[in-house]
Design a protein around this ligand. Structure first.
Ligand SMILES: Cc1ncc(C[n+]2csc(CCOP(=O)(O)OP(=O)(O)O)c2C)c(N)n1
Ligand SMILES: [Mg+2]
Length: 269
């Protein structure tokens, strides 16, 4: 897929996020929209995967540690062909496979049940250690939020991944500056984030998280790094793509109303 095609795909995923959360009347649009370009680059360019065979042992693993961005993951999985796109509109309905936070047991393509923040990097490090034992070449990608990096477990996992030289692991931090109810720097200042990852033994790449070319280059570079894991710190805007949602903490966990959804979809045409 060309960069232009990827950009169009990201816009489509953003439209799904708006439609799904509006239909459900709940959910997390802000952090889904901020990660949309990252997840598009991964699913439609970088990952080796086979939607017809979600359990293919050699697939690259994508682990959504910031599990509240489930609408984004479901949109990417549906557009990849893991399940019908129509199913997206069952988000958060009883008995739906599209639960509010991801459930590995019920949704094809979902690698980890997440939603309790802080756990995905530990899970990813375990997956990478297992791959090493099995002499498999697949790679593991873990998407974290910047607020999520307040969790101590993230840093235990960061230490372990560096200690075990897990160069098949790429973490991505969606550094949108906001968490559930305010700016990260006010709630718990984790800056300077790149220096911290570096001190924990990681190869650090900083990118504009809405620049498809930069994202793809970063993932290419990460594949060449030997003896240490890589973190891509992606500068993003929470709510990206919808003017009245951008940088608004209130849209972290609030769905657009029918009227807001209409306006949002107009902007995403
Ligand atoms: C262990 C845990 N504590 C608290 C929460 C509630 N919570 C859900 S999302 C969120 C904020 C996360 O912020 P960030 O990681 O920056 O996500 P993003 O901005 O990408 O949406 C919080 C505190 C949770 N899901 N899990
Ligand atoms: Mg954030």
């Amino acid at each position: 897929m060309s960069v232009e095609e990827l950009k169009a795909k990201a816009r489509l995923l953003r439209r799904h996020i708006i439609e799904m959360t509006a239909e459900a009347g709940s959910g997390h649009p802000g952090g889904s929209l901020s990660s949309a370009d990252i997840v598009t680059a991964l699913y439609f360019k970088v990952l080796r995967h086979d939607p017809r065979n979600p359990h293919w042992p050699d697939r690259d693993r994508f682990i959504l540690s910031k599990g509240h961005a489930a609408p984004l993951l479901y949109a990417a999985l549906a557009e990849s062909g893991y399940f019908p796109v129509d199913e997206l509109l069952t988000l958060r309905k009883l008995n739906s496979r599209m639960q509010g936070h991801t459930d590995r047991g019920i949704t094809p393509g979902v690698e980890m049940s997440s939603g309790a923040l802080g756990q995905g990097l530990s899970f990813g490090a375990g997956v990478a250690l297992a791959a090493r034992l099995d002499k498999k070449g697949h790679r593991t990608y873990v998407l974290l939020g910047d607020g999520e990096c307040d969790e101590g477990q993230v840093w235990e996992a960061a230490m372990a991944a560096a200690h075990y030289k897990l160069d098949s692991v790429t973490a991505i931090v969606d550094r949108n500056g906001l968490q559930i109810d305010g700016w990260c720097c006010d709630v718990m200042n984790t800056e300077p984030l790149p220096d911290k990852w570096c001190a924990f033994g990681w190869h650090v790449i900083e990118v504009d998280g809405h620049d498809m070319g930069q994202l793809i280059d970063a993932f290419d570079q990460a594949k060449k790094v030997k003896g240490q894991p890589t973190v891509v710190i992606a500068r993003t805007v929470k709510g990206k793509g919808v003017s009245f949602m951008e940088n608004v903490a209130g849209f972290h966990g609030k769905a657009p109303t029918a009227d807001e959804a209409k306006r949002a979809l107009k902007e995403l045409e």
